[in-house]
Write a protein that binds this ligand. Structure first.
Ligand code: ADP
Ligand code: MG
Ligand code: ZN
Length: 414
C-alpha cells in the first residue's frame, strides 16, 4: 500500500519528495513521540506538522507567536483545501465564534492559536473535550529565557504536557544554539526529547575557499564562470560594494550595489531588479539578505571574511534554494583576520563579550583553514554529524593547494 504521509505530501501539497528531515519528523510524530525539530529558515518546518496533522486526522493545535503568521498559514492551507482555522485578536467576534463552531463540530484539522489564547482556562477546558492528536509549537525558542526572542506567554506552554499527556508535541525552531535546545526540551518535554531532528545541511551548495590575492580579478573570474546566473557578492564595506559593482559592470557583467548608506529608493530599485531579473549580480554588505527568498541564486561569493560561522552559514544559505547545484565561495586572507580583530577590540563592549567574539572568530578561521571536509566542520558546529560530503573543495581536491597552504602557514604565524 502507498505510504499515507507521501500521499498527503503529493495530493494536498503537490510535492513529490520530502525535504531533509521532514520525513523523519513525520514518522516520529506518527509513532507518538515528541519531536524537537531544529531546521534553518526556509527548510520547510511547517510541513513537519501539517503532514502528520492530516495523516492523524482529529485536531492539531498549532501555537504561533504572531497573528500575521497565523493568518498567512491558514490562508495557504485553505488554498490547498485543508480545513484550517485560527481564533485570534485581529478577527471580530463573529469570525471567532464561527471558527470555534467548526472546531467544536470536528470539521477543523489545524487550529492556529497564540499561546496566551491557548493557555486560558476556558480554552483548555473546551479543547479537552475534543479529539486532539497533535500539538505543534512553532518558533519554540521563544520559550527560552536565555534567548533574545523570549516571550513570557510561551512559558505557560510548559503546562501542556501535563494537560495533554497522551498527545505528541512537536517544537520547531531555527535557533541551533545548544542552550536554547536544552531549554526547549526541559520546558516542553520535561527534559526528554524522544527525537531530535536537525536539518542544517544544504548539500547542493558547494563550499569553497580560496586564498585572497587580487580580489577584483578573482571575483570577475568566478562571476564569468557563472555567466547569466544570479548571484550575491558580500563585501565588508559600503565603498567596496560600489567599487566592485562598477568593476564588474565595466567588464560586461550586470551588477548592482546594495548597502545601508544608499537612499531607500535606490536600495529598493536595486533589490527589485535583482529579484525580478535573472543573471544580475548583487554586490552588497550584510544589509542585504534578510527576508530575501529568491530561489535561483546560483552562488554567494564572500570577498571578505564574514563575522562568524553562524553569519557565514546564514549568508551562504541564500544560494540554491531551488535545489539546483549552487556555490558558496570565499576569499580568505591575513588582512581580513586583522581587520576583524580590530573591529572587536574597538567595540565599546565588556571584556567578556570581546573574548567570546574573538572565540567565534577563531572558530570561523578554523573552518577556513581546515584541510578536512568543510561541511563536516560546519554541520559539526551546529551539532550535526556528517560523513565527508564530496561537495566542498577539500573533498573534491585531496591534493592540497600549494598556495592555500603557504597562506595558512603565514596566518598561523601571525
Ligand atoms: P520554515 O518554517 O522552515 O522557514 P516553511 O515551512 O515556511 O519554512 O517552508 C518554506 C518553503 O518551502 C515553502 O514555500 C514551502 O512550500 C516549501 N517546501 C516545504 N517543504 C517542501 C517540499 N517537501 N518540497 C518542496 N517545497 C517545500
Ligand atoms: Mg516557519
Ligand atoms: Zn566535504
Amino acid at each position: 500500500a502507498e505510504d499515507p504521509k507521501r500521499r498527503v505530501l503529493k495530493d494536498v501539497f503537490g510535492f513529490d519528495d520530502f525535504r531533509p528531515g521532514q520525513d523523519a519528523v513525520t514518522e516520529a510524530l506518527l509513532a507518538g513521540r515528541h519531536v524537537l525539530a531544529v531546521m534553518p529558515t526556509g527548510a520547510g518546518k511547517s510541513l513537519c506538522y501539517q503532514v502528520p496533522a492530516l495523516v492523524l486526522g482529529g485536531l492539531t493545535i498549532v501555537v504561533s507567536p504572531l497573528v500575521a503568521l497565523m493568518q498567512d498559514q491558514v490562508a495557504a492551507l485553505r488554498l490547498a483545501g485543508v480545513a484550517a482555522d485560527t481564533i485570534n485578536s485581529s478577527l471580530d467576534r463573529d469570525a471567532n465564534v464561527a471558527a470555534w463552531r467548526r472546531v467544536a463540530a470536528g470539521q477543523t484539522r489545524l487550529l492556529y492559536l497564540a499561546p496566551e489564547r491557548l493557555m486560558t482556562a476556558r480554552m483548555l477546558e473546551a479543547l479537552a473535550r475534543l479529539d486532539i492528536r497533535l500539538i505543534a509549537v512553532d518558533e519554540a525558542h521563544c520559550i527560552s529565557q536565555w534567548g533574545p526572542a523570549f516571550r513570557r506567554e510561551y512559558e505557560e506552554l510548559s503546562r501542556l504536557r501535563g494537560i495533554f499527556p497522551d498527545v505528541p508535541i512537536i517544537a520547531l525552531t531555527a535557533t541551533a544554539d545548544e542552550a536554547t535546545r536544552t531549554d526547549i526540551a526541559a520546558q516542553l518535554f520535561a527534559g526528554r526529547v524522544a527525537t531530535l531532528v536537525l536539518g542544517f545541511d544544504r548539500p547542493n551548495i558547494k563550499l569553497g575557499i580560496e586564498a585572497k590575492q587580487d580580489s577584483k580579478r578573482q571575483l570577475l573570474g568566478f562571476v564569468q564562470r557563472h555567466a547569466g546566473r544570479s548571484g550575491i557578492v558580500y563585501c565588508l564595506s559600503r565603498k567596496k560594494t560600489e567599487e566592485m559593482a562598477a568593476f564588474l559592470e565595466k567588464n560586461g557583467v550586470r551588477a548592482l550595489a546594495y548597502h545601508a548608506g544608499m537612499s531607500k529608493e535606490a536600495r529598493e530599485a536595486n533589490q527589485n531588479s535583482f529579484m525580478t531579473l535573472s543573471g544580475v549580480v548583487m554586490v552588497a554588505t550584510i544589509a542585504f539578505g534578510m527576508g530575501i527568498d529568491k530561489p535561483d541564486v546560483a552562488y554567494v561569493f564572500h570577498t571578505d571574511l564574514p563575522g562568524s560561522l553562524e553569519a557565514y552559514y546564514q549568508e551562504i544559505g541564500r544560494a540554491g534554494r531551488d535545489g539546483r547545484a549552487a556555490e558558496a565561495h570565499m576569499l580568505f586572507g591575513l588582512g581580513d583576520i586583522r581587520m576583524r580583530r580590530l573591529f572587536i577590540d574597538d567595540e565599546d563592549a565588556p571584556a567578556e563579550h570581546k573574548r567570546r567574539a574573538h572565540g567565534r572568530l577563531d572558530t570561523l578561521i578554523g573552518y577556513c583553514e581546515t584541510a578536512q571536509c568543510r561541511r563536516q566542520i560546519l554541520l559539526g558546529y551546529f551539532g550535526e554529524s556528517a560523513v565527508p560530503c564530496r561537495n566542498c573543495d577539500n573533498c573534491l581536491d585531496q591534493t592540497p593547494h600549494a598556495d592555500g597552504e603557504a597562506e595558512a602557514r603565514i596566518i598561523f604565524a601571525a
